[in-house]
Design a protein around this ligand. Structure first.
Ligand SMILES: [Zn+2]
Length: 174
């Protein structure tokens, strides 16, 4: 049995990289997605992108309801046809304890692949659309810290500084 995946935390540079397109739909990829669902559930998250477990490839998993039948995997997601604005609070498993209001498109389209390489074409609004945007951001190296406004940045400066300090210690003070 594989070891449980560890969530990569801010400000690890792997979270800031743009991730590579997936070209091969292998059994390893399916196993990785299964492990990501386990890690996501363990941390009570609704979504988890591959860079958050240290893999810079374009894949994320999500479950917007908590029901196992709503598990979704998107490979090479592309979001289009964004409509409307919607502000709501978000958190991120890679930035523990941060809760910030973020403006996202209200409704959009998703083109992606599933784990077998079959095309996915879906439309969503509200919470699901928000998760799509948050997780696709991860694949482009974009974090909540890049999206939040100036006031939120000031309000959360201490929390982010603490995470930066923990990272420095964990990586040997570099
Ligand atoms: Zn996140």
């Amino acid at each position: 049995m594989a070891e449980a995946l560890k969530i990569v935390l801010y400000p690890d540079p792997r979270l800031k990289k743009s991730s590579a397109t997936i070209k091969e739909f292998t059994p390893d990829l399916r196993e990785l997605a299964a492990q990501m669902f386990l890690a996501m559930r363990e941390q009570h998250g609704v979504g988890l992108a591959a860079p958050q477990i240290g893999r810079n490839i374009r894949l994320f998993v999500m479950n917007a309801t908590g029901n196992p039948e709503d598990d979704r995997v998107y490979v090479n997601p592309v979001l289009t046809e964004a409509e409307g604005d919607d502000e709501a609070e978000e958190g991120c498993l890679s930035i523990p304890e941060l809760r910030v209001k973020i403006v996202r498109a209200k409704r959009l389209q998703m083109d992606a692949r599933d784990l077998e390489g079959n095309p996915i074409h879906e439309t969503a609004d509200g919470f699901v659309a928000r998760v799509w945007q948050h997780e696709t951001d991860h694949l482009n190296g974009v974090l909540l810290t890049d999206r939040m406004g100036a006031v939120a940045k000031i309000a959360n400066r201490g929390l982010l500084k603490d995470l930066e300090e923990q990272y420095r210690r964990a990586t040997g003070g570099k």
